[in-house]
Design a binder for this molecule. Sequence first.
Ligand code: BYC
Length: 477
Amino acid sequence: MTTSADYGEKIPNNVRLHEDRRLQRALEAWQPNFLSWWDGMGPALPTQDVYLRTAINVGRDGWAQFGHVPMPEYRWGIFLAERDPGRKIAFGEHKGEPAWDKVPGEYRAELQRLIVIQGDTEPASVEQQRNLGATAPSLYDLRNLFQVNVEEGRHLWAMVYLLHAYFGRDGREEADELLRRSSGSLESPRILGAFNEETPDWLSFFMFTYFTDRDGKYQLGTLKESAFDPLGRTAEFMLKEEAHHMMVGTTGIDRIVERTAQVMVENQTDDVTAHGAIPLKVIQKYLNFHYSVSLDLFGGETSTNVANYYTAGLKGRWMEERRRDDHKLTNDSIMVDALTEDPKSGEQVIGQTEVAALTGLNTDLRREYIADCTGGVNRWNKVLDGAGLPQRLKLPHVAFNRKVGAFSPIEVSPDGEVLTSAEWARRQGDWLPTDVDKTYIRSLMRPVYERGKIAAWIAPPRHGINGQPFEYDYVHF
Ligand code: BYC
């Protein structure tokens, strides 16, 4: 069982930190480094306070409280979901054995690596979003940005706690490295590709929170199944906070599409730029970009890493316990995307190949993710349909713009047509944001900080936060 959250401590927690003085001291020594990182790399816009949600407990009801908080005083805490003392490992070669409270020596390196990769994404996203406050379309959106930022900061704490508590000196060094690498840096970049891309404008931010945060949802879903119980419980609680980040992305794009559709209908034109809205074509290009870099986050279609993680019990599948199979997969196979050879022409074509189910697990997770992404696109298309417009948004082909996995050596159009390099170079500006598109989007990014007001390129939200109206004073300067 967990204890209830202790807010009397320097580091709020529900892990009885005060009972382990060494660990407490080590984390308290890391805390000022975190705060100085937040100060230098976190939100750049100065504010007095922000209407934020702070996690206070892990129980089903009332796990968070809302209030105006000066951001540097946000109480970043360590929270693990309730412990199930009878929990058994659900998959892999240790299936049926009791879940582990400690890290088994033979899996130490792999577990640490997974935790470091997960941990690395959290501060990276805060760094990517650092300057967005300067151009927020409303106080409501500004508050949501900051909420996402403080919670990504808390997710960093979650991983740092695991590193400090279970991985000794190596773990402490890795925790320091998490503050040393930085997004987009040439010398010490963040580990995964998408986390070194820029998030320079709010269209990118909403696409990032829709597509890239959603990778987070699925990866955390697999870590939640981990045989290493503290990791499972940590991921479970992170998923609770993650739901808000998904909402920000989904409704953010909803509102952009809604505004664009409105302007298109009112003015009977597709070219909404004269009216300060975002053309559907540009929305589609941003979608293409963020979706394809997020697909890369799942690793290769086949991977011995993921087979080892699963067999060892470190990383499960999405909804592992709902799967109807033996949860070991040693005799199963799966079809995965692959480059195959056309028997007639001898050319490389997009196809599928059968591989051992274990090595195909990145594909399995990516499929779940793609199905989920489709939901958003349908939703945005309903907005277009509701406005009586025939245009539709769509997910590009899975081989489009890929830098990781089977399709990284080839160039493919959003419809799945394999292209020569020359054709790709000539046409990629039709599918990915060009400098002209980016400049236009940046020209729209003007802050709107007046209560109840909103920028012209996005519709207001249907609901405010925590029952408050849209006009609420979410941020004080
Ligand atoms: N960029 O065996 P492979 C989130 C590396 S997001 C650069 O196919 P594997 C969040 C790979 O590390 C969720 N490198 O891949 C969202 C490997 O290197 P080594 C983050 C890449 O290991 C928004 C090599 O290529 N959490 O939480 O099966 C805001 C061969 O790869 C990339 C996790 O990812 C890439 N895109 O799977 C805030 C969970 N892809 O071993 C937060 C933890 C692969 O040869 N991580 N590589 O040196 C994992 O489960 C796995 O490491 C991966 C890769 C799914 C990332």
